[in-house]
Design a protein around this ligand. Structure first.
Ligand code: GLN
Length: 447
C-alpha cells in the first residue's frame, strides 16, 4: 500500500513505471501475507519489486517499450521473474526502458521519457532507466534490469543505486525479449549490494529452456559480504582513466580507492589495450544479432500490424516501418549491412575476432589482480535530449561498460559520490567469471 501510494504521487512526473495494475499487486501481496502467516516464507516474501518491460510476465502487457508490442500481453512468464514470484515477491508494475533495450538514456521508449529523480532535466540513463529511477525515487525497493552493453550498470550509476550484471549464463534468458542474445543478461537493481545478493540468490539457476544457461551448483551470493579486503589486489586499467573521463567522476572514484586502501587493498596499474575497439566491435555484433532477433516481428503472429496494405510484402514492410522507432531501425540497418554478403568478413568476422581479443585482455589482467575497478560512464547523467541528434556520441559513452559484455564477465555498479551539482556518480567493479559474490562483498564493504 505504501509503495502504491508513493507511485501514485510521484510516477506521473517521473514516468518510471509504464504499466501498473493495483488490483493484481494487492492480490499478490495478500498471497504473500498468507504465506508469511503459514510460516512458508522466504527472505523475499512480501517484498515488492518492479520489472523492466523486457521480461515477459503472464497477463501483463510486455511491450519492451515498443509500439510493435504495445498490444502484446505475455502468455507466459520469464524464468527469472517466475523465480522471484516463487520466492514470494510482489509485482509493483513494469518499468520504462529504451525501445528493445537499444539506447543509453530511456528516451527511445514508445511510452515517453523517464526523468532522473535527482534532477528532472537529466536522463536516468538506460536502457533500464525506468527500473533505476523507480528504485532511486523509492517507488520500489528493488527492480530487475537487463544488461547487453551496460544497461543495468549505467542507469544504476546515473540514479545513485546499485546494479549487478552477472556472468553470462548465470540467469536464464527464457522469456526475456532478445536484443543481442550472446550479450543479454538480466540482473538485480536495488539500494545496496546486500539487497542485490539476496535477489540474485533467487534469480540465478540453471534453466533447460535457455540453451546458454550454465549448469552449476547453487551459490549463496551473500557469503562474501563480510569478507575482509586485506590483501585484495585491485587493477586500475589505464585506458579507463584517460582522456574523456570527467574530472568530477574521476575524483569520486579516487575517494572510493582511498576507502579500499584503508581497508588493506592494494592498487596496481594494469592495461586493457583493446578498450577503444570494444565500441565498434560491440555495435557491429549487437546490431547483427538484433537484426536477426527482430526479424520475428513481421505483423503476422503477434505484435503490431499495419492497417492498410495491398499485398504480403507491403504488410511486412509497413508493419515494421510503423511499429519500430528510429533507433531500432538504425540497428536493424547496421546489423543487416554487416551480415550481408561481401561485408560479413570485413565487419562481422573482424568484430568477432576483436571480441576474443578483448576477452583475452581481461584474462591477462585478472591473472595479476583479483578485481578491476573502473568508471561506469564518462560523465554523470546527461541532460535530456543531449544525444538525440548524434547517436554515435551516445554509443561512445558506453566505452566503460561494453567490453565486459563482450567477454561475458560480471560487473557491479555502485554509488561513489556526487557532482558539485548534486548528480550521482557511480563506480564499477569487474571480476572474473562467477566472481559475483566477491564483487557484491567488496561493494558491501564500500557502502
Ligand atoms: N547502450 C547500449 C546499446 O544501446 C547498451 C544497451 C543495453 O545494455 N541494453 O546497445
Amino acid at each position: 500500500q505504501e509503495y502504491l501510494a508513493a507511485i501514485a504521487a510521484d510516477n506521473p512526473s517521473l514516468n518510471a513505471y509504464i504499466t501498473l495494475d493495483k488490483e493484481r499487486t494487492l492480490t499478490e501481496a495478500k498471497v504473500a501475507d498468507d504465506r508469511l502467516a503459514q510460516g512458508s516464507a522466504s527472505v523475499l516474501t512480501g517484498v515488492p519489486i518492479a520489472y523492466k518491460d523486457i521480461f515477459c510476465q503472464q497477463g501483463w502487457r510486455s511491450a519492451c517499450a515498443s509500439k510493435m508490442l504495445d498490444n502484446f500481453t505475455a502468455p507466459y512468464t520469464a524464468t527469472v521473474v517466475q523465480n522471484l514470484l516463487d520466492a514470494g515477491m510482489v509485482t509493483l508494475g513494469r518499468t520504462n526502458m529504451d525501445e528493445f533495450a537499444m539506447g543509453s538514456t530511456t528516451e527511445t521508449s514508445h511510452y515517453g521519457i523517464t526523468k532522473n529523480p535527482w534532477q528532472h532535466d537529466h536522463v536516468p540513463g538506460g536502457s533500464s532507466g525506468g527500473s533505476a529511477a523507480a528504485v532511486a525515487a523509492r517507488l520500489a525497493p528493488a527492480a530487475l534490469g537487463s544488461d547487453t552493453g551496460g544497461s543495468i550498470r549505467q542507469p544504476a550509476a546515473h540514479c545513485g543505486i546499485t546494479g549487478l550484471k552477472p556472468t553470462y549464463g548465470v540467469i536464464s534468458r527464457f522469456g526475456m525479449v532478445a536484443y543481442a542474445s550472446s550479450f543479454d543478461q538480466a540482473g538485480p537493481m536495488a539500494q545496496t549490494a546486500e539487497d542485490c545478493a539476496l535477489l540474485l540468490n533467487s534469480m540465478a539457476g540453471f534453466d533447460e529452456r535457455d540453451s546458454t544457461s550454465i549448469e552449476r551448483d547453487k551459490e549463496d551470493y551473500t557469503r562474501d559480504l563480510n569478507r575482509p579486503l586485506q590483501g585484495l589486489k585491485i587493477g586500475l586499467p589505464r585506458e579507463f582513466f584517460g582522456e574523456g573521463l570527467d574530472s568530477q567522476v574521476h575524483s569520486s572514484i579516487e575517494e572510493v580507492l582511498n576507502i579500499l586502501k584503508k581497508q588493506g587493498a592494494e592498487i596496481i596499474d594494469v592495461s586493457l589495450p583493446h578498450t577503444e575497439l570494444s565500441i565498434p566491435a560491440y555495435y557491429v555484433l549487437a546490431s547483427a544479432e538484433a537484426s536477426t532477433n527482430l526479424s520475428r516481428y513481421d505483423g503476422v503472429r503477434y505484435g503490431y500490424r499495419a492497417k492498410e496494405f495491398s499485398n504480403l510484402d507491403e504488410m511486412y514492410s509497413k508493419s515494421r516501418a510503423e511499429g519500430f522507432g528510429e533507433e531500432v531501425k538504425r540497428r536493424i540497418m547496421i546489423g543487416t549491412y554487416v551480415l550481408s554478403h561481401g561485408y560479413y568478413d570485413a565487419y562481422y568476422l573482424k568484430a568477432q575476432k576483436l571480441r576474443r581479443m578483448v576477452a583475452n585482455d581481461f584474462q591477462a589482467v585478472l591473472n595479476k589482480c583479483d578485481i578491476i575497478l573502473a568508471p561506469v560512464a564518462p560523465t554523470a547523467a546527461p541532460k535530456l535530449s543531449s544525444h538525440s541528434s548524434d547517436p554515435v556520441q551516445m554509443y561512445l559513452s558506453d566505452i566503460y561498460t561494453v567490453s565486459l559484455n563482450l567477454a561475458g564477465l560480471p560487473g557491479i555498479a555502485l554509488p561513489a559520490g556526487q557532482t558539485t551539482s548534486g548528480l550521482p556518480v557511480g563506480v564499477q567493479l569487474i571480476g572474473n567469471y562467477f566472481a559475483e559474490s566477491r564483487l557484491l562483498g567488496i561493494a558491501h564493504q564500500i557502502q
